[in-house]
Design a protein around this ligand. Sequence first.
Ligand code: NAD
Ligand code: 9ON
Ligand code: ZN
Ligand code: ZN
Length: 347
Amino acid sequence: MRALQYRTIGSAPVLVEIDRPEPAPGQVLLKTTAAGVCHSDQFVMDLPQEQYDAFGFGLPLTLGHEGAGTVEAIGAGVTGITLGESMAVYGPWGCGRCHLCAQGKENYCTEAARLGIQPPGLGAPGSMADYLLIDDARHLVPLGELDPVANVSLTDAGLTPYHAIKMSLPKLVAGSTAVVIGAGGLGHVGIQIVKAMSSARVIAVDLSEQKLELAREVGADEAILSDGNTSAAIRELTHGLGATAVFDFVGAQSTVELASSVVAVEGDLTIVGIGGGMLPVGFGSLPYDVAVRTPYWGTRAELMEVLDLARAGKITVETEIFSLADAPQAYEKLHAGTIRGRAVIVP
Ligand code: NAD
Ligand code: 9ON
Ligand code: ZN
Ligand code: ZN
């Protein structure tokens, strides 16, 4: 089968021919229907050797941590799923047994690292291949009638903002303001999630006019450029109060500083982007009682909820489709900042 693999530090990923895996007892083999392209893949491929090794992803790495597929083969002992069923893949695999996994919070599994359990595309072989091996059937959520290509990115670009935003919902009352920094893959879905789940006004911030246009199309009430005036503009739009919640889908030094300069008293400052920005946090460094969060991906139940939001027509992913052979171009476009919404690979 074909697989898009990151093989050499600092080089572009390449399409290679590898053996099709067989599901061992307990496992499931999917025939891939779609694979999403996340900026985290770029982050991983930009790491120097030493840091890459520290993450333990290994080489070669078959990319793709957003995945969907139809059930192709079922390992011994697996029950409850049928051949041919269309599935979304829950990516942050955990042990399934620890206290957090028992709550469906496999994204925060306390045993995964010790047991060497890694997400597909971030250690385990990922979805950018003709077939994808799933370690356990509980990591599959039926898509039903949802189109896998249009919805595959809900497994990360939907699930991650959903998890981040859901924690802030008690604060996002009528009259509140949510700032979404970065209207890319995660951000453009995040805007829709805030609008679908709360009555907050959304101010989107991005570097590019095209992304701001997309932000407005998907429901942002205001969309403003990220420049020296952004902080003042947000203060003005919020009558000096600042934003009830700031979701930073970039996480660079400049954006976490922007976030801290616009968050309101008792607000939430949620850093989702992994751009390496750091904030000094201590009494007086932020408005009173601001909560700073750094969430990772989302829970199994939340993936079901995100798919239900899509079924209800409340959220959609803007997609640009690429073949597996053209996947390296998708990463080039992502790197250049010219993907509108999410790039999706269709093998
Ligand atoms: P993306 O490239 O699709 O979107 C990023 C957007 O941010 C783009 O529209 C870009 O123009 C904009 N941007 C870049 N610099 C900016 C700045 N200084 N000010 C304002 N806007 C700026 O990326 P994505 O796939 O949506 O991922 C977003 C971030 O979230 C990445 O850092 C990714 O690695 C991270 N991520 C984190 C988690 C998690 O669980 N915490 C999960 C998935 C992705
Ligand atoms: O899901 C992603 O995109 C992120 C959270 C992966 C980050 C990483 O480097 O493991
Ligand atoms: Zn991701
Ligand atoms: Zn666990």
